[in-house]
Ligand binder design. Structure first.
Ligand code: R5P
Length: 316
């Protein structure tokens, strides 16, 4: 058993951090993050953390690289302030999509991030819905992955699912979509999505499964530029579906997302709050619902502190 539990937050997502601390029933730890005139980041921990069991919350949100460096500096500051154990809590893992060497002479940056976190002094990692679960294997320290599935399942269960089918946007998403479909007791379909070149655009041409006259729930790990969702909605409508709803964990909403999500004309778009969505964007996206993951993270932190199982949370 480690010492007193303390929860600190970087500056990427204060609302989620406050929600997590609120769920646990504690105040966030005191720290100050400032910048020198040369843009270097300074973190000052403003309370004693000696022998404490410390959790640091920082998600990957713009400015992504600055927030990553801020996290590293914060962990380093806590380490050298004699924290007994430091858990990096990463609601959306930085550089998660750079998880493989699919071109010559590129960095597997998700692995580099794992190296950096460990070098800074992280003793454990807690993340949510990794782009590829293999990212857990980049760590030589314990790493836990939460899935947002229970939060999304609860939401969709509260609606009429009698004529519904879960749809994966590509074969890669088939496994998590299958898990989601099973939890909802629904059948599943898979879209054949292929990236046509090195650009971020994707084209879909075919579909495996029955979707005609159905209410489709597209399930994906993240929405970045919105291309996959717009394309999935287009192909589903071509197959004569009745409604197109979407459930996704990470609302990255980068680049052209706003335009593409409007063009997709979704009946419902449900995401979680692992990434802050600026009001200017959320107010423009029709039928958007953002679900909180604060209680999941809060429960996971309590379980880690108490040495209890995390996987049990996924079974509930
Ligand atoms: C792809 O492998 C992922 O599961 C998502 O479908 C993808 O990241 C979404 O990106 P975008 O919104 O840019 O199509």
């Amino acid at each position: 058993m480690f010492g007193e539990m303390k929860v600190f937050s970087g500056s990427s997502h204060p609302t989620l951090a406050a929600g997590i601390a609120g769920h646990i029933g504690m105040q966030l730890g005191k720290s100050r993050i400032t910048r020198f005139s040369n843009e270097n980041i300074k973190v000052k921990i403003d309370e004693n953390v000696r022998e404490s069991d410390v959790f640091v919350i920082q998600t990957s949100a713009p400015p992504v690289s600055d927030n990553l460096v801020e996290m590293l500096i914060m962990i380093d500051a806590l380490k050298f302030a004699s924290a007994a154990r430091i858990t990096a809590v990463l609601p959306y893992y930085p550089y998660a999509r750079s998880d493989k060497k699919d071109e010559a002479r590129i960095s597997i940056t998700a692995r580099l991030v794992a190296d950096l976190l460990q070098t800074a002094g992280a003793d454990r990692v807690l993340a949510m819905t990794l782009h590829a679960p293999q990212i857990l294997g980049f760590f030589r320290i314990p790493a836990d992955q939460l899935l947002a599935t229970p939060v999304l399942v609860n939401h969709f269960r509260s609606s009429d699912l009698s004529n519904s089918v879960v749809v994966a946007t590509d074969a890669g998403a088939g496994k998590i979509a299958g898990h989601f479909a099973k939890r909802l007791g629904l059948p599943m379909a898979i879209i054949d999505k292929r990236r046509v070149d090195d650009s971020e655009s994707a084209r879909s041409t075919a579909l495996i499964g029955e979707v005609a006259d159905k209410d489709c729930i597209i399930f994906d790990d993240e929405i970045a530029t919105g291309g996959s969702i717009r394309e999935a909605a287009r192909i589903l409508r071509g197959f004569g579906v009745r409604r197109v709803r979407v459930g996704a964990t990470h609302a990255v909403f980068s680049g052209t997302a706003l335009t593409r999500l409007k063009e997709a004309e979704l009946d419902e778009l449900v995401v979680t709050d692992t990434i802050p969505i600026p009001q200017a964007i959320s107010s423009e996206i029709p039928n958007l619902k953002v679900l909180s993951t604060a209680s999941m993270f809060g429960d996971a932190i309590l379980r880690i502190h108490g040495g209890r199982s995390i996987s049990e949370m996924m079974e509930a």
